[in-house]
Structures are given as structure tokens and as C-alpha cells.
Design a protein around this ligand. Structure first.
Ligand code: PLP
Length: 386
């Protein structure tokens, strides 16, 4: 049984993106060494596969990253980590999220590396480790201004000594997370970067033995090698997309293609209205292609009148409402559209006039970010892997 609306996930693209990024880091580090500025050694990569690998499928993507050489992966919570371990994914798995209200047993039973982001979480993990007679390796998160999770950067001399002194906890690395890495104009990025440097100093001054650190998401990794430290934590880049409005020369390819098929072709007369709400009125006779894909598949309702799909190598505007299971595209003037024709929402099509739509373009149409476009791909959309 296969629906005609399906996603193809190119695991080879994921592997190639990982390797392209690795090569980029090595090249930049070499250039920095020659120039005597910036990071002189390339960081390792923590492959971020949270949220079902941004909709691509956590287990297949994790496996592909491991094959490409990733020795670290990161997930949002313990449950996501357990899913990977139960599928036999090896290597280190970092859990980003807060653990204060979680059942932490999975950290021990499935060899996950938790992030400690509060004194209470440190106490809970320390207690759990002692009860099991083990020393638990953790990372410790500093809040340098995102104002989400983490120990406040300006309170470390008070909050950290107890955590650093707990013999049941081995703090392997410090981390932080940037709020504005994708915005070259915003000075907050530099503020956070220097606060994190200072936090690392503070930990040293407190006698902590933590030497390792990571901070950079995709945008920061591209933007400033001084944020690299020992690992970078890219997600989006591995899926072949660059955070807007940034650009890069790294050869990345989007891993996800979302396609469907035309199930009906319909003529509409001048003055007729199309779809729920009848918001689109035909000003001239139109030809519509009906496509069995809608918001239940993750296609946003705001694509109406803004987005397009590829049909016969041409851009066909989405007209009329995007409903739960169906939408219509305007194929007026596109020769020979018929039932069964491929419809591309994300990906490329075309012979003569090669056309591509990626998640970043779709996100721009509806006023969101490519992350959301990818993560919202519906659960009923079958992912096929190659
Ligand atoms: C999601 C996430 C990342 C990856 O972000 P990208 O912009 O996709 O590279 C890195 N670090 C943390 C803490 C995250 O939550």
C-alpha cells in the first residue's frame, strides 16, 4: 500500500552533507592557521537528529550519519535517545533537553549523555548515579542570553561549585546555544560568544576539570570559527539547507523530496470560485490539477495564493484553499497535464527547464523557517529511503 503523496529521503545526500561539512571545517581551520586568526583545529560534529531528524526519520538518518563518520548524535529528550539505541545506533548520544520532570532511568540503561541545565537536575542525576553506583558523564549548559535552559552566565560562582564537586557526576563539556547566529547585524551573537568564553574561564577558576565545549549550531558554524570549540552541533546543514538569510559555498544537497501525483484535471469557467471559502475567483477560464495532499501532510494552509508546486517542469501556483487532504494548483497554460503526472512540493523536476523548490523557499512563502516546514511533514506521509 503506497499513497501517492510521499517523501523520499536521500540518505546519500545526508552522508555527503556530513562529509562536505567535515571538509569545510578542515579547510577553514587550515586557512585560519595560515592567517593566524580564528580556530586552528577543526571541531568534531555532533549530528543533530532531534524531532525525528527534522522530519526525515531519526533511525535511518542516524545510521547514515554514523556511516559517514559521526561519533556523536544529539536528540531533544531521553525518549528520542532510547529510540536510537533500540535500533542499535552506536556512539555517543547527547540529550539536549531538561531532565527535571523526566524519568532519567533511560540515561543509564541506554548509555545517553544528559545535559545538566539546572542545580536541581544536577542533584537528581547525582542521586540517580549514586543509587546505581556509577559515575555519570554529563554535559553542562550555560545560558549566555537565550534565556531558555542553562545555568545563568552571571551566577556561575554560586551555582556551579556544588555541581562540580559531586563525585557522581563527570562533567565532560560545557555548552551554550546562540539566539541570533543567523543575523549578522545583531550584536547579541558576539555578546553570547564572549560570555561563554568567560564562563569557561570561571569553571577553570573554580577548579573544574572540564576542558571541552560546544556552542555552534548551523548558522554559528558557518559564521564564526571562534564558536567551534571542540564540537559543532549542526542540524539543518546536514539536511542540506542553510539557515536564511545566510549563504554558503559548502556543497550541500537537500535530503528530502516531497512529491505527489495529479488525481484529476478540471476546467473552471470565468467567475467560478475555487475551494473552501471560495476565496479564489477565476478571472479567466482556468485548468486546475487536483492533488491529494493537504495540511494533514504538513502543507501549510497559508500556501494558498502564495506557494507553488512543480508540474511538468513548470511552477504551478497553489490556488484555492489547502484543505486537509487535497489542494489544487493552477496548470492553465501548461501543456498536456494529465492524471498521474508527478507533482513536486519539495525537490526538482524538469528536463528542459529544471526547477527546484526547497524548504527554505516554501518557508519564505508562508512566513516561517525551513525547520518548521521539515518538522511538520505529516506522520501519514511515507518516507522512502535511498
Ligand atoms: C536544534 C539544536 C541545534 C541544531 O540547530 P541547527 O540550526 O539546525 O543547526 C543545535 N543545538 C541545540 C541546543 C539545538 O537545540
Amino acid at each position: 500500500m503506497t499513497r501517492c503523496t510521499s517523501a523520499r529521503v536521500d540518505l546519500d545526500a545526508v552522508r555527503r552533507n556530513f562529509r562536505a561539512l567535515t571538509a569545510f571545517l578542515a579547510g577553514e581551520a587550515a586557512r585560519n592557521r595560515d592567517a593566524g586568526a580564528g580556530a586552528a583545529t577543526p571541531p568534531a560534529i555532533i549530528g543533530v537528529v532531534k524531532a525525528n531528524a527534522y522530519g526525515h526519520g531519526a533511525v535511518p538518518v542516524a545510521r547514515a550519519l554514523v556511516e559517514a563518520g559521526a561519533s556523536w548524535l544529539a536528540v531533544a529528550d531521553i525518549e528520542e535517545g532510547i529510540e536510537l539505541r533500540e535500533a542499535g545506533i552506536p556512539g555517543r548520544i547527547l540529550v539536549f533537553g531538561a531532565l527535571s520532570v523526566s524519568d532519567v532511568a533511560g540515561v543509564f540503561t541506554h548509555a545517553l549523555t544528559p545535559t545538566i541545565s539546572s542545580p536541581a537536575a544536577a542533584r537528581a542525576l547525582g542521586t540517580a548515579a549514586r543509587a546505581r553506583g556509577v559515575r555519570l558523564t554529563c554535559h553542562l549548559k550555560i545560558d549566555t542570553g537565550l534565556n531558555r535552559l542553562g545555568f545563568r552566565f552571571d551566577n556561575l560562582t554560586r551555582s556551579l561549585p556544588e555541581v562540580l564537586a559531586d563525585p557522581a557526576l563527570e562533567i565532560e563539556a560545557l555548552s551554550t546555544h546562540f539566539a541570533t547566529a543567523d543575523d549578522a547585524e545583531d550584536p547579541m551573537f558576539e555578546t553570547q560568544r564572549t560570555r561563554f568564553e568567560a564562563a569557561r574561564e570561571t569553571v577553570r577558576a573554580l577548579g573544574g576539570t572540564v576542558r571541552l565545549a560546544h556552542a555552534a549550531n548551523s548558522a554559528a558554524s558557518l559564521r564564526d570559527s571562534r564558536t567551534w570549540a571542540d564540537w559543532i552541533r549542526p542540524g539543518l546543514l546536514l539536511y542540506g539547507l542553510v539557515p536564511a538569510p545566510m549563504a554558503t559555498t559548502v556543497a550541500l544537497a537537500p535530503a528530502m523530496t516531497l512529491t505527489s501525483r495529479v488525481v484529476a484535471v478540471k476546467g473552471v469557467r470565468t467567475g467560478e470560485r475555487i475551494g473552501y471559502g471560495g476565496r479564489h475567483e477565476a478571472a479567466v477560464p482556468m485548468t486546475l490539477a487536483v492533488v491529494p495532499a493537504g495540511y494533514a501532510d504538513g502543507l501549510d494552509r497559508r500556501l494558498e495564493g502564495r506557494g507553488a508546486a512543480l508540474v511538468r517542469g513548470r511552477r504551478a501556483p497553489i490556488v484555492g484553499s489547502v484543505s486537509m487532504d487535497t489542494l489544487t494548483v493552477d496548470v492553465t497554460g501548461i501543456e498536456g497535464v494529465s492524471t498521474g503526472d508527478e507533482v513536486v512540493f519539495l525537490g526538482s523536476q524538469g528536463g528542459e527547464s529544471w526547477q527546484t523548490i526547497d524548504a527554505r523557499e516554501m518557508a519564505a512563502w508562508i512566513g516561517t523557517i525551513p525547520y518548521e516546514v521539515l518538522c511538520r511533514l505529516g506522520a501519514r506521509v511515507e518516507r522512502r529511503y535511498r
